[in-house]
Design a protein around this ligand. Sequence first.
Ligand code: ATP
Length: 236
Amino acid sequence: MLQVNNLTKRYEKILAVDNISFEVKAGEIGVLLGPNGAGKSTTIKSIAGLLRFSGEILIDGSSIKTTQAKEVFGYVPESAAAYDYLTVWEHMEFIARAYRLGDGWQQHADHLLTRFELIDKKDKLGKELSKGMQQKISICCALLIKPRMAMFDEPMMGLDPKAIKELKSVLTELKNTGCTVLISTHIIDSIDEVWDRVLIMNRGRVVLSRTRTEVEDNAESLEQIFFAVTEGVAGA
Ligand code: ATP
């Protein structure tokens, strides 16, 4: 479970994230939606431990600042960048060593690289890969640790249709194993089939939080509520 309590982040004079609180439960796919500049990346980077912030962020009850939380957390950043001088396989090995993964990680790595069509590129260096391939490595690295919480920043960007299909299946599988998933995007169509909870951000605040059931019971679409909320027609 992810709990964000009173998260605030300021870049000098700009209040990028303004005292937001939200939860995504274990086995749930949460989606952070919002227009450009809403504060999504700042929120994601704070959760990933890349920014200093005020407030509290907990994964399965442990602060994101603890090793306990970091060990179970997989993160796919918006702009994936592979290490130039590591091969695809060495990326897997690097993660396996850093996270001290036990026996069997090689089979899991093989399986992931096959799913994302990187297995025939196993011996290629990071600098020899396309942007989309680097994005796929980043996804495989995040999944190799069998995360209890996985966060994806604009994950579909740059992926080919086969990889998008595969990633959607992976998201559902993660959810079914009780993993907490958080995705940030502004492309509503890309997550329409998979989300369970939507959090809409605008001007640094979470202006709406709804479950899929609540949205469907009101016969609304994500797109309708997105525009209603971000253009000020509806409240939270
Ligand atoms: P997008 O969809 O365009 O990626 P976003 O919702 O991810 O937008 P953020 O990148 O979190 O938005 O930006 C939130 C606010 O913080 C914006 O006003 C932005 O200009 C500001 N901001 C973001 N990063 C910095 C920074 N490093 N220094 C100063 N201001 C920043």
